[in-house]
Design a protein around this ligand. Sequence first.
Ligand code: BTN
Length: 246
Amino acid sequence: LGHTIIFSERMDSTQKKALELADDGAEEGTLVVTNEQVAGRGRLGHHWQSTRGTNISMSLILRPRLPIEKTPQLTLLTAVAVADAIEEVSGLYCRIKWPNDILYENAKLVGILTELQAESSFVKAVIIGIGINGNTSPESFSGELAGKASSLRAITGDHYDLSHLIQVFLKRFETLYDRYLDKGFLAIKPLWVRRAASLGKKIKVRQPGGHVLSGKAIGINDDGVLLLEKEQGEITRVYSADIEWN
Ligand code: BTN
């Protein structure tokens, strides 16, 4: 993976570029990276802000032969690979907020956005977009963002070699991806659960249509779907949402 790297100093969105390249037949493992993203996209239609040269904005093109309902598993796998890479380069032990935000003590360091191109019920391409707040200055996280978002540098005070972090991530991702293609999600699930920040907590689930559910996050199933236990004890599956807790 990452044998073909498309780099440009500035891009609207690596995700948009990678979707176009995938449409044009880009091969598995193609990585799109930029130093400055001016129209970064987040999950559920949110905007993703990146400051020039201080964070990682990248999108990876994959072409697994999988039915489309399995793609959320790749998002969970990616979160594990990023958290492992961060631990390797910085020593920070991060947790994952379902499905795939990476947190350090409740502050978000990484956002992941997975998008799909399908052919009937099978995957044609999966585009995994990853934004990592690496060297973003501590002042960028004042005011409204204080305590909600942070960067590796803001936490440790150190400056990181972001291309090295990308390499460490790709290596870890490749190991987990091979394991996943060979053995399935059950080989990855324990690694995700070990880093899960939300399991066992009372959470609020805001679904894409704006519908809000509350309950206890009791686990993820073998497909990577979040299991929410409502007050009446009924268990609901959550496929896509933003979750929060106190
Ligand atoms: C989220 O937390 O909402 C997901 C954020 C994903 C941001 C990354 S940065 C690289 C890639 N390109 C984009 O436009 N978005 C993703």
